[in-house]
Ligand binder design. Structure first.
Ligand code: NDP
Length: 465
């Protein structure tokens, strides 16, 4: 239990958390479980980005798109499907009910854990002091878990465009639209919208989408997006967005212009720190407004910590949760456990999805590994049966020196489910020989990962800098 309790009664709370998203809720509940007196302050809805306007509703929209695919494919499997159409209004109502249900669960979890929920926008006014409305609350420890929000100033005029929050709240889908960017959000929504029948044009400044992902995935992602009917415009980010009546005109440096009724600004997110008053604590924010933290999530101000997207280092819900729990354990049970972020899997929920863990081929070679690359590129049984074109691609990076599997990359149906399971093998340091010894589970797509016999190529180490 909390050894410091008696010496800290001069504060209203042992911990005040700013932000009731996934990270803030997890940290607050864990702290309360250790006996700490905890309040969490939230100005918007409990559940944060992931539950209310991110991962969860996005995935529900992806499922809606998958049903469309299934209906189209069903004919090939012997079904006769009558006329069908997607009604965004019905989806939106069901989504609103589901997020409300989940928010209710989050609220209940906080209450059951003994965490006090205070609704309002928080501002730090001096060390240990937080203002919410007319109240000022004090705590020994302050945790900043306020997340991030879409950038609205990346391109002149981009503030006229919709952001992902707006898209998830649409009740009618546009017939056609543009997406600017080629990161997680751009690619997921371009893909989902296209599968729901929207004619999508994707504008991005790089040659391939999804910077930071393995090049073999990036090239295949582009092919899959094109196959889904999306008009790709690589090397083409607008330098201005102009309102033109009810439409938006995207203007490009070469004088070209394209006009759309709907444009999604997916040019990144920025930490929510603008009005937090962190400067009063002497915290110098990073270039993007991020709160700098050390490996234990301590900021430069004593007793002030930050986790999750507000620190802008690995913006994934499970990372924020792991950081929050580790911090609460450290503060209130003396744990010295650090969060191991050396192998974090991630997924892009386009259709078909991408999932990945470990370094890209280029990163591994740069880091001094000589590599054996195993890969498999095929049309899954489900597709071949009805004449579908969707492909699956799987890639293993194996250290040529000690046979350890360093990275797994996949684009194809069920990739996130498959890679999540294989992540355990990687965390255990699995070798290719152990993959080879594993008897396949047949017939599955995942069995390909244990059936890759000969390397497709060998890559020399590129030397360590
Ligand atoms: P990303 O950082 O992934 O992508 C931003 C995109 O915007 C990039 O394609 C970038 O281009 C482009 N961009 C930035 N500035 C400009 C500009 N001025 N003009 C044109 N293009 C520009 O951000 P997202 O908002 O998509 O996602 C934010 C984070 O949220 C992700 O990094 C991820 O961590 C997390 N997330 C995770 C999801 C998941 O786990 N499935 C889903 C959604 C978000 P370039 O590449 O050329 O720099």
């Amino acid at each position: 239990m909390n050894a410091n309790r008696d010496s800290n009664l001069k504060y209203d709370y042992d911990l005040i958390t700013l932000g009731a998203g996934s990270g803030g809720v997890a940290a607050s509940r864990r702290a309360a479980a250790h006996g700490a007196r905890v309040a969490v302050i939230e100005g918007s809805r409990v559940g944060g980005t992931c539950v209310i306007r991110g991962c969860v509703p996005k995935k529900l929209m992806m499922y809606a798109a998958q049903y469309g695919d299934a209906l189209r494919e069903a004919e090939g499997y012997g079904w006769s499907i009558g006329a069908s159409h997607f009604d965004m209004r019905r989806w939106a109502a069901a989504k609103a009910a589901e997020t409300a249900r989940l928010e209710g669960i989050y609220r209940q979890l906080l209450a059951n854990s003994g965490v006090e929920l205070i609704e309002g926008w928080a501002r730090v006014v001096e060390p240990h002091h937080v203002a919410v409305g007319k109240r000022t609350l004090t705590a020994r420890h302050l945790l900043i878990a306020t997340g991030a929000a879409p950038v609205r100033d990346s391109i002149p005029g981009i503030e006229h465009c919709a952001v992902s929050d707006d898209l998830l709240d649409l009740t009618d889908l546009p017939e056609c639209g543009a997406v600017i960017g080629s990161g997680f959000i751009a690619i997921e929504f371009a893909s989902i919208l296209a599968r729901l029948g929207v004619r999508v044009s994707l504008f991005y400044r790089s040659e391939w989408p999804l910077r930071g992902f393995d090049d073999d995935l990036r090239r295949r992602a582009a092919a899959a997006l094109r196959e889904a009917g999306i008009a790709l415009h690589p090397g083409a980010a607008p330098n201005r967005v102009v309102r033109d009546g009810r439409n938006l005109r995207l203007e490009f440096a070469d004088g070209e212009a394209h006009t759309f009724a709907f444009v999604l600004n997916a040019t990144g997110r920025r930490p929510n720190t603008a009005k937090l008053g962190l400067e009063t604590l002497g915290i110098a924010l990073g270039a993007n407004g991020a709160v700098p933290v050390d490996a234990r999530r301590h900021t430069t101000a004593r007793g002030v910590y930050a986790i999750g997207d507000v620190t802008d280092h690995m913006n994934l819900t499970p990372v924020a949760i792991a950081e929050g729990r580790a911090l609460a354990d450290a503060l209130f049970s003396g744990s010295t456990r650090e969060v191991d972020l050396s192998l974090v899997s991630s997924a892009v929920f386009m259709l078909p999805p991408i999932a990945t863990i470990g370094p890209t081929e280029a990163e591994a070679a740069q880091a001094g590994h000589a590599l054996k690359i195993f890969e498999s590129d095929f049309r899954p049984m489900r597709q071949t049966f009805f004449g579908g074109h969707e492909r699956s691609y799987m890639k293993l990076l194996v250290d040529a020196k000690d046979d350890r599997v360093l990275g797994i990359h996949m684009l194809g149906a069920d990739a996130p489910e498959i890679v999540q399971s294989l992540a355990v093998a990687l965390a255990c340091g699995a070798t290719k020989a152990q993959f080879d010894r594993t008897i396949a589970l047949h017939p599955t797509a995942a069995e390909e990962f244990v059936l890759m016999r000969e390397p497709a190529r060998v890559v020399a180490a590129q030397g360590v800098s």
